[in-house]
Design a protein around this ligand. Sequence first.
Ligand code: GDP
Ligand code: IMO
Ligand code: MG
Length: 424
Amino acid sequence: MANTCVIGLQWGDEGKGKIIDILAKDYDIIVRYQGGGNAGHTLIIGDEKFIFHLIPSGILHQDKKCVIGNGIVLDPKLFLDEIDGLAKRNINVNGNLFISDRAHVVFPYHKKLDLLLEKQKGNSMIGTTGRGIGPCYTDKISREGIRVAELLQKEHFKEKLKKTVEEKNRIFVNLYDDEPVSWEDIYEEYCAYADKIAPFVCDTVDFMARAFKENKKILFEGAQGALLDVDFGTYPFTTSSNSAAGGVSSGIGVSPKQIHNIIGITKAYTTRVGSGPFPTEVDGEQGEHIRKQGGEFGSTTGRPRRCGWLDAVAIQHSVRISGVDSLIVTKLDVLDDQETIRICTGYKNNEKLYNTFPANIEVLNNCEPIYEEVSGWCEDTSKVRRAEDLPEKARNYIKTIENIVGVKVKMISVGPERSQIISN
Ligand code: GDP
Ligand code: IMO
Ligand code: MG
């Protein structure tokens, strides 16, 4: 019995959605435990494309249960829109989708504050997704948030919302010279959401405890990537939750002892959306080429993703903080036409050498990558389905990653489609 956690090792968008969909067949329950509508997990099945923000990427397997844990910040409108989108495609979620009553709720004032905070930062903006994630987690930590449990108790919710909105309006009006929001409008809108989400809400602590008792197999689906983790990422250019494996336990309420296997996903190169340090970023034509080949535009915001070479120093950092047992390399096909491929094995900053990931953003911003070069394979890998059929140079690239990072690559993805996967 091995409960498995799948996390991104970079700055998100590693292909977690695709991998969760593939692995889900071997599990009973798929759990999202942190993040919120900032996530965008894409699944391509034949001609169909699905992008999930809140609903676990196992939902297309109709015989599985999917759980949204307490560590999530839930935007009920987004959640209901996702369900409607699935219903239109004849995918039924009733009876197999559950939301924790302890999850915090995202309100319009969180999104407004997210945008105002960004505007105020000017050039040093984080480049958030604008989904209200930071302000919602801020309210959670400062114990001012409203959880699903409170949302469902209308009288209590009314009082709490009124007080909270009064407080937020003081900030909007006095600090930002901006328009106030109406608690009555929000109340009306959210009461309607509450009625619709109520059938999905449950005590997920009890749900998970029973699942463990019945020896169910659990797949934990990370959002974002370890380098966006609020503790271990490129702070303050991170998200506001623990996207490394540490987030699982507190984000769903299970013992760390229940997580038996940790899989880390990395692209064959690196991308990042939004601001912040990115030592191996490639500007100009070459960066543009990788973006085009990889279709590197955000699944949530449509923003172009910044592209660059694989950063093994950063990956090693992510592997360490999460105790990653095996790797999955995605988007190998995107490098099919590169004659030479570079991997960063260290940084240089003012003659000082680094082989670990610096905490200081200024240091990281001024780090020059030290590269190891390997020959590209210049062949189409997208139709390959067996590791032994990969071009020798592609296998060599995978071996090089394994040797530098010190963790075995268990699967290789060579295209967005569900079937484009190779066991290694
Ligand atoms: P996630 O947030 O980690 O689930 O990743 P996203 O869905 O945001 O971004 C990954 C993008 O790459 C999506 O458009 C996927 O369809 C696509 N993708 C996933 N794996 C591969 C792959 O191996 N090759 C190519 N070319 N595209 C892939
Ligand atoms: P998935 O799960 C890529 C980035 C944003 C921004 C920073 C903070 O699809 O991999 P936030 O809205 O969280 O306050 O934004 O984090 N970010 C992501 N980048 N993939 C994601 O999720 C992301 N979620 C947040 O671009 O730089
Ligand atoms: Mg994504």
